[in-house]
Design a protein around this ligand. Structure first.
Ligand code: MF3
Ligand code: CO
Ligand code: CO
Length: 273
């Protein structure tokens, strides 16, 4: 996710002219469909391995090998602005950009796995939450509400909807459920670039922001906290945690704006959009 307010990830966006949102051609959209499908298939491949005792390094290695060897694709995070691994794994109070490590997952953990692949120069970006063994009711709740937030955002996507309408719907659903939205990171345009314009905020005001147009591709990826919205960046320069160390959850899809609505380019086979 691109960073909105603080500096360190703002450089995701500096390579482009400001405020230019690309409309993808039919050929580009076909490549985005392929990249999106591959990213979704990595999540489907890794799902059965997310069990107590496995390390996030082992999950990273399996995903890396699958992307490189089976998909003949590129894991976009690896070396991206210096990120050291091929996937992000964010456990419990880690909001996003968790770095895979040698610590085993334990019963009761929740983990977000965030996959971005590059195929034929185009990116597909998607993440989902996994429950490790048996998790608490609070964990189930934050996982459910964050996924509902993503779905509320996706359902609004069509030409003419404004980015602020999407942000509002996501923020509203979190807040009526006494949860909070992380503001420092956002969804993003995606295509040849990992993080393109526009920035897709997960909070906002109805009727504000840019109107969507057919052919835009972007992610929606709300980070929703059980406690306060504030986050802290660890000294490794990547790992983002909740300041109060309460649970947080995130789901992400890559979306295409179609003539009459949306297409979820990273849809998994168990999802029905
Ligand atoms: N996949 C993340 C996103 O949704 C970005 C990860 S950047 C990395 O935008 F360098 F941490 F991999
Ligand atoms: Co993203
Ligand atoms: Co992602």
């Amino acid at each position: 996710m691109g960073k909105t307010l603080q500096a360190q990830h703002f450089n995701y966006f500096i390579r482009q002219a400001p405020m230019t949102v690309q409309i993808k051609t039919a050929e580009e959209i076909e490549k985005m469909r392929t990249a999106g499908r591959l990213a979704a298939e990595v999540l489907e491949m890794i799902a059965p391995f997310v069990q107590p005792g496995i390390t996030t390094d082992a999950l990273n290695q399996r995903c890396h090998d699958y992307i490189v060897n089976e998909q003949q694709a590129i894991p976009a995070p690896l070396n991206y602005h210096g990120f050291p691994k091929s996937i992000c794994t964010s456990v419990n109070h880690v909001v996003c950009h968790g770095i895979p490590n040698n610590k085993p997952l334990k019963d009761g953990d929740i983990v977000n796995i965030d996959i971005t692949v590059i195929k034929d120069d185009y990116h597909g970006d998607t993440s989902q939450m996994f429950s490790v063994g048996t998790v608490s009711e609070k964990a189930k709740r934050i996982i459910r509400i964050s996924q509902e937030c993503l779905h509320k955002g996706i359902e609004l996507v069509k030409p003419g909807t404004r980015l602020g309408d999407i942000g509002f719907a996501i923020q509203h659903h979190a807040e009526v459920n006494k949860c909070t939205i992380v503001r420092e990171y956002c969804g993003h345009g995606i295509g040849r670039g990992f993080h393109e314009q526009p920035q897709v905020l997960h909070y906002g005001k109805r009727g504000s922001g840019m109107p969507l147009e057919a052919g835009m591709t972007f992610t929606i990826e709300p980070m929703v906290n059980l406690g306060k919205r504030h986050v802290k960046l660890l000294d490794d320069g990547w790992t983002v945690i909740t300041k109060d160390r309460r649970l947080t959850a995130q789901w992400e899809h890559t979306i295409l704006v179609t003539d009459d609505g949306f297409e979820v380019l990273t849809r998994r086979s168990d999802e029905h959009f």
